[in-house]
Design a protein around this ligand. Structure first.
Ligand code: MN
Length: 219
């Protein structure tokens, strides 16, 4: 009897310690409350975007990984191993979207945005001429992305570049080092801005960008 109790306690402990989904990908917690970015991004948008869209990518990825040799690898490894492979398109799309969203949440903070300081401002001036020119080019890039996708600030050697990616595509699949990103899928802004993607991108730049996060990503 006593032995059975000990076995049951050990089983519960190992479930708590390791979870019952060993090798599966977890959706990280948001780095702030769902209403923390209001009024630029409302709690309603965040509830759907983090709670439904991002979660669905993670859940779908985990269901696809069950029968995949990539099960047990981390998200970056899964993205690199599935990129450009015709028989792994669904795994790539869901893994990249899982990664991109986590990176997007970290690219923002309450009372962020505006001109950065220090090293980031120096690099922006060196790469784009001025912060105003950077801002224009970043917003133009997000606007020019036809359909769904992402606008990114990436590090390319000792300079910065703006790139856009379609759908789930991500700079890490192209050996680029992303510093920060803005999600320009309609689900990122439609509840708050309807079709005004430009207003959303400019509000992101003026009020949300986490420049400390961008700087910490420099290599
Ligand atoms: Mn999104």
């Amino acid at each position: 009897m006593r032995k059975n109790v000990l076995i049951a306690v050990a089983a519960v402990f190992s479930l708590i310690a390791y979870g019952d989904g060993a090798g599966l990908i977890e959706q990280p917690k948001l780095p702030y409350e769902e209403n923390a970015l209001e009024p630029v991004i409302t709690a309603k948008t965040m509830g759907f975007h983090y709670g439904k869209h991002h979660k669905a990518y993670v859940d779908k990825l985990n269901s696809l990984l069950k029968d995949s040799p990539l099960k047990g690898k981390n998200l970056e490894e899964i993205i690199l191993a599935s990129a450009g492979k015709d028989d792994m398109t669904a795994i790539f799309n869901n893994a990249a979207q899982a990664w991109n969203h986590t990176f997007f949440w970290k690219s923002m903070k309450p009372s962020g945005g505006g001109e950065p300081k220090g090293k980031m401002l120096e690099l922006i001036n060196k790469s784009f001429g001025s912060y105003a020119e950077f801002k224009k080019q970043f917003a133009d890039s997000g606007m020019a992305q036809f359909g769904s996708g992402w606008a990114w600030l990436v590090q390319d050697g000792d300079k910065l570049r703006i790139v856009k990616t379609s759908n789930a595509d991500t700079p890490i699949a192209h050996k680029l080092n992303p510093l920060m990103t803005c999600d320009v899928w309609e689900h990122a802004y439609y509840l708050d801005y309807q079709n005004r993607r430009g207003d959303f991108i400019n509000a992101f730049l003026d009020k949300l960008v986490n420049w400390e996060f961008a700087e910490a990503n420099l290599k």
